[in-house]
Design a protein around this ligand. Structure first.
Ligand SMILES: [Fe+2]
Length: 267
């Protein structure tokens, strides 16, 4: 359910993930025009949201990394919030993303008393996630300097098993090293990711863990092998409260799409 009102004291953040845009507008994934489904999600946001502070794009913006796809995504999402932060997914190329943005990817930012950290969990040529030593050092440094800020960590891959055997093989491989750092910093309030094309809301040691529907096709929870879900594309909203609480939910479009649900070959 969408929250259409929010406390002025809270930071309203939206997340769009796994748009899988083709190089050309109108390219299809399992017969779904991914530009069209992203546009439908953006229309839904326009109907439901106002006064958003920040948009997070958590990877797989493009289906095959291209400057043209990133430029289209930027154009389509530019009016959602005054600030937008991107991080790469396994289908993306951070250099091409930076090229499209005209500046390097921003890896952290503070908004009020919240620190948002954008991590790169991708390994070139790999579908699954992992953190380099450098990325973990960056996280450690950011957490050391968080001071009295509450922290939201964003990444592409899931750092915990989600109960889909085929996706759990792609989980961040060195998640234990990641959680060692997280567990050492009580200011971390939430961790949010994409990649799994399904909603998950759970907790780990008092930290909210969240995954979010894709703006294109959805994957079925509790599936052994690749399996599509018939749920619709959507987005997540998060209210980051000044006291460190997070209120959150997802909202999905109500259009119907002609998706080839039984054909995994096109993915
Ligand atoms: Fe992905």
């Amino acid at each position: 359910m969408a929250a259409t009102t929010h406390s002025a004291a809270a930071l309203r953040v939206l997340q769009i993930t796994d748009s899988h845009l083709g190089e050309q507008a109108g390219e299809r994934l399992l017969n779904l025009d991914t530009d069209q489904s992203l546009a439908a999600v953006i229309d839904l946001i326009a109907q439901e949201q106002s006064g958003c502070d920040l948009l997070l794009a958590t990877g797989d913006i493009a289906n095959h990394a291209s400057v043209a796809a990133y430029q289209r995504f930027q154009k389509l999402t530019q009016y959602i919030a005054p600030e937008t932060l991107w991080l790469p997914g396994n289908h993306d190329d951070p250099e091409l993303m930076a090229q499209a943005l005209g500046q390097p990817l921003v890896k952290s930012a503070t908004f009020g008393n919240w620190l948002i950290i954008m991590l790169d969990s991708t390994a070139r040529g790999q579908v699954g996630g992992s953190f380099t030593e450098q990325e973990l050092s960056y996280l450690q440094q950011q957490l050391n300097e968080a001071a009295d800020h509450h922290v939201l960590i964003c990444l592409h891959h899931h750092p915990v098993d989600i109960g889909c055997a085929w996706l759990d093989e792609q989980r961040v491989s060195n998640a234990a090293d990641f959680f060692k750092l997280v567990d050492g910093c009580p200011q971390v309030r939430g961790i949010v990711w994409g990649h799994v094309h399904q909603q998950l809301d759970t907790q780990r040691k008092g930290v909210q863990l969240m995954s979010t529907p894709s703006s294109c096709v959805q994957f079925a929870p509790a599936s052994e092998r690749f399996k599509l879900d018939r749920l619709n594309p959507g987005y997540r909203w998060l209210d980051l409260h000044a006291d460190g609480r997070i209120s959150t939910g997802i909202s999905r479009v109500t259009l119907s799409f002609d998706i080839h649900y039984d054909n995994a070959d096109g993915y």
